[in-house]
Design a protein around this ligand. Structure first.
Ligand code: C2E
Ligand code: CA
Ligand code: CA
Length: 575
């Protein structure tokens, strides 16, 4: 035990020392004969216990104790020694931080030892309490995972920053940042990896954010930056740019390299809103805009955007309702065989029968359905409806089996889910549909976005016997590698190719794609055939199938049935 004894009275000091030594405890005693000496020792060494005389020449023991308290050191317990029997003084000393108060005439070995042990014990408890309090404060203010300030601090800081900015006539900007597709990483790689990613994101965000600004994690994958002292708004664009750049660098998660991005919304005081709640709402709306425009970007709030987003939110609500109420209908667009020029297949295309807005096309709600996580339910409905429809057609005209297959569009998100293959076989069995009668269309862009499990799903579907078609082929992604890595047996050549054939008959691209498909032994469907001239090109280049307004627009089930049962399936051009 390291003990400091501060007393100006030599005799008293000797008495105390003797009593201590008699205890037989292992201790090192340092003696100080003045307050100043005591302070000096206290600053240069660490003591377990300090015995402090109350009557010192230059100051009282209480004053010295206050000086001790000011220093950062907290490894000491103090016992005050006094000549006077003064209850009030004793209480004052204890309140200032002394653990005990002993009258000098009481000083015996036993009394001192008991006091020292109690003092140490009490000191230990007090310190633990202090540490717990500190921890609690940190926990209340800091996000446990990333160590950034949390939502609570953020909101408090924001509400005090606005009046300050108003007084100082300064701008204040709020950045809301949300990671894109964080859920996918959590789902596919597990929560441990997700946490790792959030920690790394928090670390990277600290780079671009200036010292005086506040970076927080609001929760989940949402972060916010409060930018103070803005001289002008133009400082914001470089900041968001740096943040996006920082996050676009690859991340290493459990030995796997992954790429992420974020969507940012920016709103400022006093331009967008005058109070903290509104300002947060504005930044949120701007962030929503970034998501909607394709993610990995930043948008600044505007009231026009507000209006649009409001509409989108409404559509989103309606769509959730539509999924529940199954407000969808399938149209079918025939595909024509190039050799026989008869209908051999039809693609199912979904529409939404909106109660007030009328029929809404898939381009307007499928991406939204993917965003808000209802695409799987919609896809399931499509699959089941197609099979049910197919079954009823077959029952009425069994001859169809020989010539008809139905094509269904599948979203990337359906492929990345785990139970998809099992669900497909279940539906096939339920409606007695053979897998080879179906063709699943997956777009190239969807495959790019698709996650790890999709490849397995594609293999599973192919193993079931379902034909796989690569949709919108040639629209700018790495088409060849898709063909190589997945079991596609059909190529749907995007409509831009047949439609871009010039008057001079330059069909180089179509020709090249055709040659490629033939070499790989893959079937071809040319989409978007609108004119007789385009049809002739398809026949001349010997593609397998054609599809387009020239033959038929997508039509309801009743009309397709009429087309199919017209006998030869021969379809006359609508022009
Ligand atoms: P897609 O798979 O490329 O479907 C072909 C689209 O081209 C259809 O638009 C069709 O009406 C249109 N089209 C057909 N022939 C012609 C033509 O000669 N000229 C022109 N200009 N267009 C033609 P639609 O029905 O609006 O569907 C748009 C997209 O929505 C589809 O593109 C597909 O990616 C998606 N989609 C449709 N139904 C579903 C579905 O059930 N599930 C999923 N996940 N996506 C679907
Ligand atoms: Ca398609
Ligand atoms: Ca297509």
């Amino acid at each position: 035990m390291n003990l400091l004894l501060i007393d100006d009275d030599t005799v008293d000091r000797m008495n105390t020392r003797r009593a201590l030594v008699k205890s037989g405890l292992d201790m090192r005693i340092t003696e100080a004969s003045s307050a100043e000496k005591g302070l000096e020792y206290h600053q240069s060494q660490i003591f377990d216990i300090i015995l402090l005389d109350y009557q010192l020449p230059t100051m009282t023991g209480l004053d010295l104790l206050k000086l001790f308290n000011q220093s950062k050191q907290d490894s000491m317990a103090v016992v005050m020694l006094s000549n006077e029997d003064d209850e009030k003084l004793a209480i004052q000393c204890i309140e200032t931080g002394a653990q005990d108060f002993i009258q000098k005439h009481e000083v015996t070995t036993t009394r001192l030892m008991r006091s020292i042990m109690h003092a140490k014990e009490r000191y230990k408890i007090e310190r633990q309490l202090r540490q717990t309090q500190d921890q609690l404060r940190i926990m209340a203010e800091k996000d446990a995972l990333t160590g950034l300030a949390n939502r609570y601090v953020f909101e408090a800081e924001l509400s005090s920053a606005i009046p300050r900015a108003r007084r100082n006539k300064q701008f204040l900007a709020l950045l809301m940042l949300d990671l894109d597709n964080f859920k996918d990483i959590n789902d596919t790689m597990g929560h441990g990896a997700g946490d790792q990613l959030l920690i790394e994101v928090a670390r990277r965000l600290q780079g671009p954010v200036r010292g005086g600004d506040l970076l927080c994690r609001l929760g989940g994958d949402e972060f916010a930056v409060l930018v103070h002292n803005l001289d002008d708004q133009t400082e914001l664009a470089p900041l968001t740019k740096r943040i996006l750049e920082e996050l676009s660098k690859p991340f290493q998660l459990e030995g796997v390299e992954i790429n992420i991005s974020a969507s940012i919304g920016v709103a400022s005081f006093p331009d967008c809103a005058l109070d903290s709640v509104q300002l947060m709402k504005c930044a949120d709306i701007a962030m929503y805009r970034s998501k909607e425009k394709g993610r990995n970007q930043a948008h600044y709030y505007s009231s026009a955007v507000h209006e649009e987003i409001h509409e989108r939110i409404e559509l989103e609500r309606d769509l959730r309702g539509a999924v529940r109420k199954k407000e969808f209908v399938l149209y079918y667009q025939p595909q024509i065989d190039c050799k026989s020029e008869t209908v051999v297949s039809a693609e199912a295309l979904i529409r939404w029968q909106h109660p007030t807005r009328g029929l809404i096309g898939p381009l307007e709600f499928i991406p939204l359905a993917e965003d808000i996580g209802v695409i799987n339910e919609i896809g399931d409905w499509v699959l089941e409806t197609v099979c049910k429809q197919f079954q009823s057609w077959l029952e009425r005209s069994p001859a169809l089996i020989d010539q008809l297959s139905l094509a269904i569009n599948i979203s990337a998100l359906q492929l990345s889910g785990k139970g998809f293959v099992a669900r497909v076989s279940e539906i096939l069995v339920a409606y007695k549909i053979k897998p080879e009668w179906l063709e699943f269309e997956v777009t190239e862009s969807a495959l790019i976005k698709a996650s790890g499990h999709s490849a397995e799903t594609l293999r599973g579907l192919s193993a079931l016997g379902i034909k796989l078609a690569l949709d919108d082929f040639g629209t700018g992604y790495s088409s060849l590698s898709q063909l190589q890595s997945h079991p596609f047996s059909v190529l749907k050549i995007d409509k831009t190719f047949v439609q871009s054939i010039k008057d001079d008959g330059d069909a180089r691209y179509l020709r090249a794609i055709n040659a490629l498909a033939k070499t790989l032994g893959i079937q071809t469907v040319v989409e978007g055939v609108e004119t007789d001239a385009q049809k002739k090109w398809c026949l001349e280049l010997k593609f397998n199938r054609m599809q387009g307004y020239f033959f038929a627009r997508p039509v309801g089930a009743v009309e397709v049935e009429a087309l199919l049962s017209a006998g030869s399936n021969r379809i006359e051009s609508s022009r």
